[in-house]
Design a protein around this ligand. Structure first.
Ligand code: PLP
Length: 431
């Protein structure tokens, strides 16, 4: 019964250092958040000791009476959080993550080598939506299925639905995927549904990034249009790291059985019951009036940050945002996202480099992605976002000067030129 600190000081110290890092800097990664103490507590319980392959009432192991109760409650809360009628929708709460949820959903919906269309990764889509390059099939979603990604129009940053419809007419997909990792605007779910119907295709939405905004009723619900909806639980939804798969159960096509079978035994083994408990806690919180206010504030904060950056003369993809994230195009400044990310790291602002539609390389992309969800969990408001925007402007100014001093475009020369830079030290102090 020794504590972590007594038992393993090395791991304890790593945890403490990471806690300090998370709290002493500005966290602007759009896919991260700060879970509540209750979620962390549930995640660290002896529920992790239990095997429970199968579903409530039909397990491959004994001793699951409390785990059954847990999973039933989590499923109920998941449906409640998104206002779903249990006659129409069901949910599987066992996926370990968003990626496994997506692969299980594909396994349930289509056959190996069937055709799918998802938003291309350089356009803001996720790897698991069929990502491949000209040279290589990268994701298992393009290795085991045939993928033809659709793109955003580089001029507007908006999805080119006309081209998607034309390409779908040639490719005749069995599955259309909406949802993204870096798209600052709403999807046109009605258009996607219409295109899917033209080919008798399933429509799936991966709402991972915006599921908290949907639960908080601040974004359009994809449930009104889609056959299957997947999500991670740790982004705007503010839960532990896991995934969920929602499926229509009223269409008479056996989706419920296919999704459940795809999760276990096709793609996974025993569920992580401690995580399911933590997901259940987060889903209860997501149904509260406070969470609705949180979701509202996330969007207000992201929009204020966007406005501040535009005020400094920067270019944002689609010229702003309707959700929690901003895609900041640094090509007009002749800077890569990697360099700005590096300076931000040095001053304790955490962001991630991100490709902008039309970029030549995903390794040295031309922009960065910013999200307001984590800072909003730390109670920040619009006036704080103005300050954050000013800090970000200063990082870009510093990066430009350092790039000039470095005398080359190479990252190693850039990093060397940062050495002993007083402006970086000063900004770090202020942040
Ligand atoms: N789907 C989307 C849209 C995502 O943005 C991500 C992760 O960032 C995932 C799925 C994958 O989630 P995980 O990292 O939990 O596998």
């Amino acid at each position: 019964n020794t504590t972590l600190e007594q038992e393993d000081k090395e791991i304890f110290n790593i945890v403490e250092n990471e806690k300090l890092r998370q709290w002493s800097g500005l966290e602007l990664i759009a896919s991260e958040n700060f879970t509540s103490q209750a979620v962390i507590e549930a995640n660290g319980t002896p529920l992790t000791n239990k095997y429970s392959e199968g579903l409530p009432g039909a397990r491959y192991y004994g001793g699951n009476e409390f785990i059954d109760e847990l999973e039933e409650l989590c499923r109920k809360r998941a449906l409640d959080a998104f206002g779903l009628n249990p006659e129409q929708w069901g949910v599987n709460v066992q996926p370990y993550s968003g990626s496994t949820a997506n692969f299980a959903a594909l396994t349930a919906l289509i056959q190996p080598q069937d055709r799918l269309m998802g938003l291309d990764l350089p356009s803001g889509g996720h790897l698991t939506h069929g990502y491949q390059t000209n040279k290589k099939k990268i994701s298992s979603s393009s290795i085991y299925f045939q993928s033809m990604p659709y793109q955003v129009d580089p001029a507007t940053g908006l999805i080119d639905y006309k081209r998607l419809e034309e390409n779908a007419a040639l490719f005749r997909p069995k599955l259309l995927i909406c949802g993204a990792s870096a798209y600052p605007r709403e999807f046109e779910y009605d258009t996607m549904r219409r295109i899917a119907d033209q080919h008798g295709a399933y429509l799936m939405c991966d709402m991972a990034h915006i599921s908290g905004l949907i639960a908080g009723k601040q974004a359009i619900s994809p449930f009104d249009y889609c056959d299957v909806v997947t999500t991670t639980t740790h982004k705007t939804l503010r839960g532990p790291r896991a995934g969920l798969i929602f499926f229509r159960r009223d269409k008479g096509d056996g989706l419920e059985g296919r999704v459940n079978q795809a999760v276990f035994p096709s793609c996974q083994g025993g569920p992580h019951n401690n995580t399911i408990a933590a997901v259940a806690v987060a889903l209860k919180q997501a149904g509260s009036p406070e969470f609705k206010e949180y979701a509202k504030q996330v969007i207000a904060n992201a929009q204020k940050l966007a406005e501040t950056l535009i005020g400094f003369g920067y270019r944002l993809s689609s010229n702003g945002t309707s959700n929690h994230l901003i895609l900041w195009d640094l090509k007009p400044q002749k800077l890569t996202g990697s360099k700005v990310e590096r300076i931000c790291d040095m001053v304790h602002i955490t962001i991630n480099k991100n490709s902008i539609a039309g970029d030549k390389s995903a390794v040295t992309p031309g922009g960065v992605r910013l999200g307001a969800n984590a800072l909003t969990s730390r109670s920040m408001k619009e006036e704080d976002m103005v300050k954050v925007g000013e800090y970000l402007h200063r990082t870009v100014q510093i990066a430009l000067k350092v790039q000039e001093q470095a005398g080359s475009k190479l990252m190693k020369d850039f990093v060397a030129a940062c050495e002993g830079n007083e402006e970086i030290a000063q900004l770090k102090k202020e942040v």
